[in-house]
Write a new protein. Structure first.
Length: 350
């Protein structure tokens, strides 16, 4: 009796699989015959009522029926999937001879453009580019720059400390001493002359400043350092005047105002005559005719000593400028935050 049921179920399965119109219908047929409550499974469960001598034959026939139905389902599934693929490919014809869609091309960020421009100017003046770590130690960021612990000048730079001795650098000035040490080491081991030193050090710096139109906790800075025998304040002014004229135009002038920086002495704030009004006074220069662009001064004797140089034999000058501030002046940007918000409407203008 079970064998007859098995043969009938196998015949019905063949007919149903052959007539199936889709993959969903095939899934239903699989459950109907091979599922937990399927016909073949029920036949298999009924074997317990058979005499022991009939069970091997019935079990063999059940396995053969199961394998046959599995093979039919697999074959029919493959046919349907191939047919569906052919239909999809026919509906999604692509003309490979058509030109492709051009990928939008970006360009350098405006801050990078200004950095490249500044580097080109100073490279043309005989400087070389030096770099240093952005995660710095207190020794190089402050102490060797004549800013010992508890010095009031540290209040000028709200610092982001990682540990008591490690911080995110607050300026690019640490590169000055690192480079001086490297030159001194090269002089000792390779016999190279540690003079002259003419470097610029561009890079990111970090301060715990609230973000507003003119401040950012992360900004670009560029440091400059020159050390040689006989360097004077006149060399500093002449270098910065040439820099300003190459950046803003041949008609601009600069002026130096006394200031204070712990790593230079004497120190000065450097202004450039307003390129917008020619020095007559306007909104950009706040009617003064001058725009502040950087700080500078003669390298402090203590910094020279910390770098391995004798201040009785050599002298030097240093300067530092904010690349972001220069970019704001060059492009007429009123809010420094625009450079960091990744708004394509803003960036596409440059």
């Amino acid at each position: 009796m079970l064998i007859e049921e098995l043969e009938a179920a196998l015949a019905a399965a063949r007919e149903g699989i052959a007539r199936a119109a889709g993959l969903d219908e095939l899934k239903e047929l699989r459950l109907a015959y091979l599922g937990k409550k399927g016909t073949i499974t029920q036949v298999l469960r009924g074997m317990g009522a058979l005499p022991a001598d009939q069970r091997p034959e019935v079990g063999q026939r059940v396995n053969e029926a199961r394998e046959a139905i599995e093979a039919l389902l697999a074959e029919r599934t493959a046919e349907m999937e191939e047919k569906a693929l052919d239909q999809r490919l026919a509906a999604e014809v692509v003309d490979v001879t058509l030109p492709g869609r051009p990928a939008p091309r970006g360009h350098e960020h405006p801050l990078q453009q200004v950095r490249d421009r500044l580097e080109d100017i100073f490279l043309g003046l005989g400087f070389e580019v030096a770099e240093g770590p952005e995660v710095e130690v207190d020794l190089y960021n402050f102490e060797l720059l004549n800013i010992p612990k508890d010095h009031p000048a540290r209040d000028m730079q709200d610092s982001l400390f990682i540990t008591d001795e490690i911080l995110l650098r607050t300026h690019t000035s640490p590169v000055q001493v690192r480079y001086m040490h490297a030159r001194q080491e090269a002089a000792r081991t390779l016999g190279r002359d540690p003079l002259p030193v003419r470097i610029i050090a561009p890079g990111w710096v970090y301060r715990n400043d609230p973000a507003d139109a003119s401040h950012s906790p992360m900004f670009y800075q560029m440091e400059g350092l020159v050390i040689d025998r006989g360097i004077t304040m006149g060399d500093l002014k002449g270098t910065l005047l040439e820099f300003a004229r190459r950046l803003y135009g041949a008609d601009v002038n600069i002026r130096l105002r006394p200031s204070y920086f712990p790593f230079t002495e004497p120190s000065a704030e450097v202004d450039v005559s307003c390129a917008v009004c020619g020095g007559s006074g306007c909104k950009v220069c706040k009617q003064t005719g001058w725009v502040e662009i950087l700080g500078a001064g003669m390298v402090h004797p203590n910094v020279l000593r910390n770098g391995g140089y004798d201040p009785e034999e050599v002298s030097g000058f240093a300067f530092g400028l904010g690349i972001d501030r220069i970019a704001m002046q060059v492009y007429g940007v009123e809010d420094i935050r625009n450079f960091f918000e990744n708004d394509l409407r803003f960036l596409r203008q440059f």
